[in-house]
Design a protein around this ligand. Structure first.
Ligand SMILES: [Zn+2]
Length: 282
């Protein structure tokens, strides 16, 4: 049974480090926020704006959002920890062009949130309740949203070897999320790293913040045998944080990524009809 009431943090928490793609140093502060305000974000001391699916401007390799004139990339790991740890209302201040990559997972974000403490508020939690199946498709990528009592994800990936096919299923609630999902790191292939760098991406990428595979297997030690698919679940949770409500549904994914998640979340948001709960109806 998911929590019934909205939550925020008990105190501020700050994260600092370099961005995976730009290599630039950045800082992000999460601060408590009043009930009913949802997730709001500001960049460089500007005005706070709602952080929802409408702010997404780019979904290649990471999710990038526009905040007024500014852009912030790689928001999905931070937002994954926010939804995974069950935080509804938050004022997020960012200094820099990208959210820090830290260890390439959401572990530091989830632990920071847990240490700051999650505070229940008095208003009922805003939910998006799926009442009928709906699916989204992009070539061989598929995302199905089904009715469920709580937010669940079942994910299948089908990569080239040595990652191969992997499957992971999870109910996204704070204890499980923090232990089994948040520590799964982003990953890539050694032969792609040069190509990425030529495109100006992965400038901050090292073996300390990503799992790198060569043709024989992972170059660094894995945290879970199926760490890659767990990271895909982590990314999906981050993209669903832009729903602006608790996703009371089961999401079944085959090979989905940021682009398909953004499309689904934008569509699901259009079905939100009331302040405190809503229905996905197709
Ligand atoms: Zn990721």
């Amino acid at each position: 049974m998911p929590q019934q009431y909205q939550t925020t943090l008990q105190r501020d928490v700050t994260f600092e480090g370099v961005g995976l793609h730009t290599g630039a140093h950045s800082r992000v502060v999460l601060a408590p926020a009043p009930q009913g305000t949802g997730l709001r974000i500001r960049v460089g001391g500007g005005a706070f704006r709602p952080l929802t699916a409408e702010t997404v401007v780019e979904t290649v390799r990471a999710t990038t959002i526009a905040v007024g004139e500014q852009r912030v990339s790689t928001v999905e790991h931070l937002l994954s920890a926010v939804l995974g740890m069950g935080v509804d209302n938050l004022a997020i201040s960012v200094d820099g062009p990208e959210i820090p990559v830290l260890d390439g997972s959401a572990k530091v974000f989830a632990e920071g949130i847990a240490e700051a403490g999650v505070l229940p508020q008095s208003a009922p939690r805003r939910r998006l309740v799926a009442i009928a199946p709906v699916y989204y498709r992009d070539g061989d990528r598929l995302l199905i949203v089904l009715p469920a009592a709580s937010f669940r994800v079942r994910f299948t990936v089908d990569f080239e070897q040595p990652v191969g096919s992997q499957y992971f299923a999870a109910e996204i609630e704070p204890e499980f999320y923090r232990r089994e999902v948040a520590p799964a790191r982003t990953f890539g292939w050694l032969h792609e790293v040069e190509a990425l760098r030529e495109r100006g991406l992965a400038q901050g990428g090292t073996l300390d913040n990503a799992v790198v595979y060569d043709k024989n297997g992972p170059v660094n030690e894995l945290r879970f045998p199926e760490e890659a698919v767990r990271h895909k679940v982590l990314d999906l949770v981050g993209d669903f944080a832009l729903l602006g409500a608790y996703p009371q549904c089961e999401v079944v994914s085959f090979k989905s990524g940021h682009k398909l998640h953004a499309l689904a979340v934008a569509d699901l948001r259009r079905t939100l009809t009331s302040e405190d709960s809503a229905v996905a109806n197709t």
